[in-house]
Ligand binder design. Sequence first.
Ligand code: DQA
Length: 147
Amino acid sequence: MAGQKKVLVLNGPNLNMLGMREPAIYGSGTLADIEAACARHGEALGLAVTCRQSNHEGELVTWIQEARGSQAGIVLNAGAYTHTSIAIPDALTAAEVPFIELHLSNVFAREEFRHHSWLSPLAKGIICGFGAKGYSLALDAMAEILD
Ligand code: DQA
């Protein structure tokens, strides 16, 4: 763990319901499956991964603030807050921690209200449409960013 770069994998509202929630869109794996895969893949990449999930915008804001100076990078699936929150992008700006925006589904192939993200202009990059595999892709990209 010592010397490893720390990466926070942050999941927002309703992602605790993965496995039960609209499996045709989000897949049948659970959040616990994703978090275990993130820990394994992070370890292989030499990253110390911490996973957190909240349904509350303010809690996500607090965790992003706390990442300032303590985490090297953030992988963020903000769920529906992607499309509605100003507080989350404000926190990301204040935190000054590079982040990757992630969505399990291809939001551009879905309803129009999902096409706009308040996070995208601030993100290092965006991964969407690859399901749970997207988290491994995001960690690969983050490892390169932090190298
Ligand atoms: C999501 C896409 C969002 O539009 C939606 O509100 C979610 C999940 C995704 O991972 O595909 O909750 O972020």
